[in-house]
Ligand binder design. Structure first.
Ligand code: HAM
Length: 436
């Protein structure tokens, strides 16, 4: 009989497995975020990963990079619907808020965590499946909520002890202001048509504002001399920006005004901002957002103002890796079991330790052997546990077990009645407590 050999399957390019111990760092970050969101009274929302394609086409803008070339779109084989894996989650949140009339009794503060999909060229900090944590405040028109969101993000960077993060801020004004600026900008760019690169020529009449965001060094000087949107803002837009600035100033949040900050998605108006680091190379934007007062109406909901941001989890964790160490969750206790026959009784005992709030890793047999005491002690040591519980047959027959410290200074070796195990576990130091 010949054994059939299967081709080894791998993950899709640009889509990563997140494995232990790395996954512990993700959980740690997520816990920090949950705690902070609660302090600012933001509540969790979970929307589907797949949405109808027109939500993104209409919501993000037809001539954005994301819609033009990065979406994973497909036709549902069974009913022909045009569907897309979400490339971001502001549009999905807005759809859910409108669909469930969530604003009927006032504004809502929401946050989400989850995977997003963009068909980009993978590189450090840029993946095809990546993860965002985002916060959105819907139904609030005032600059105080823009400020609240920026303070929340700022608070998070502090809680994570992130360094080298700066804030850039701009206002995109309102549509009529952008229209007046657009006319002036196109006239300026047309007057310098010989200096435009291919990308700029293509965008000149579809999305000229994005030309200001060019990464092409040859165009920097041209862009620097272009008409500034800030100079086209009316009184109300300027007042919004200045009120936001006053709150940030009063809270010691430093920022620079970047008149060329335009964002890659089309739904923004008034406030836009980015938190940027120079420590991660070319993918240095950690967190980005702004106001999107027209988006809800644009996807067919009842008009309502809104503002939000999202940060890239991979990028924040990458920066954390460079700057801080995150404790790995290790078992506190390792159960050594010389004889497999004892397992029913041992596992009943371990249940009590776990119910007392202490984490236990138990010995398990392998395919060809149960495992000698020596090999079990080796594994106990490698697990990082503080204590070994030894369930020897003789002791068990007497209703006892042996406690042995695996690290210096943890405690002396002793024998314990099995009936006292729960009390022993409850009496361990608070450091032994494992979240339920
Ligand atoms: P965005 O600027 O497209 O905005 O993405 C926000 C953040 O997600 C980026 O700053 C970056 O950290 C991360 N990110 C984006 N693409 C990738 C990728 N391919 N690989 C790794 N990380 C990535 C939005 O998505 C808006 N929905 C933000 C928002 C929320 N605006 C208002 N509310």
């Amino acid at each position: 009989m010949t054994e059939k050999k299967f081709e080894k399957l791998t993950a899709v390019k640009g889509m990563n497995d997140i494995l232990p111990p790395e996954s512990a760092r993700w959980e740690w970050l997520e816990e920090k975020v949950r705690g902070l969101m609660a302090r600012y009274a933001y509540r969790n929302i979970r929307t589907p990963i797949v949405e109808h394609t027109p939500l993104f086409v209409r919501g993000l803008g037809e001539v954005t990079d994301v819609v033009e070339k990065e979406m994973y779109s497909f036709e549902d084989r069974l009913n022909g619907e045009a569907l897309t894996l979400r490339p971001e989650n502001t549009a999905g949140v807005v759809r859910a808020v409108a669909e469930h009339s969530m604003l009927y009794d006032g504004g809502k503060r929401l946050y989400y965590m989850g995977p997003m999909f963009r068909h980009e060229r993978p590189q450090r900090g840029r993946y095809r499946q990546f993860h965002q944590i985002g916060a959105e405040a819907l139904g609030f028109p005032g600059p105080e909520v823009d400020a609240e969101l920026i303070l929340l993000a700022h608070h998070l960077w502090q809680a994570l002890a992130l360094k080298d993060v700066r804030l850039e801020l701009n206002s995109l004004g309102q549509p009529p202001e952008r229209q007046a600026h657009r006319v002036a900008l196109i006239a300026y760019l047309e007057a310098h048509a010989d200096q435009l690169d291919e990308d700029a020529k293509r965008r000149l009449h579809s999305n000229p504002l994005r030309i200001l965001d060019t990464k092409n060094p040859a165009m920097k000087a041209l862009v620097a001399g272009a008409p500034r949107l800030l100079d086209y803002l009316g009184e109300a837009s300027l007042a919004h920006l200045n009120a936001l600035r006053a709150i940030l100033d009063a809270n010691g949040v430093t920022y620079t005004i970047n008149p060329r900050l335009v964002r890659g998605l089309d739904y923004y108006n008034l406030t836009v901002f980015e938190f940027i680091t120079d420590s991660l190379g070319s993918q240095g934007t950690l967190c980005a957002g702004g106001r999107y007062d027209d988006l809800i109406a644009q996807i067919g909901g009842k008009a309502a103002p809104a503002v939000g941001w999202a940060f890239g989890v991979e990028r924040v964790l990458e920066l954390l890796k460079e700057q801080a160490s995150i404790p790995e969750p290790l078992p506190w206790v390792y159960a050594i079991v010389p004889d497999a026959q004892a397992m029913p009784q041992v596992m009943r005992a371990l249940n009590e330790v776990r119910r007392a709030g202490v984490s236990v890793q138990m010995h398990a047999g392998s395919a060809d052997a149960w495992g000698s005491m020596k090999s079990q002690f080796k594994k106990a040591d490698a697990s990082g546990a503080q204590w070994a519980l030894i369930f020897g047959a003789d002791e068990m027959a007497r209703g006892e077990l042996t406690l042995k410290a695996l690290r210096d200074g943890v405690g002396a070796q002793s024998t314990l009645p099995l009936t006292s195990l729960a009390a022993w576990a409850s009496g361990l130091s608070p450091a032994a407590a494992s979240p339920a």
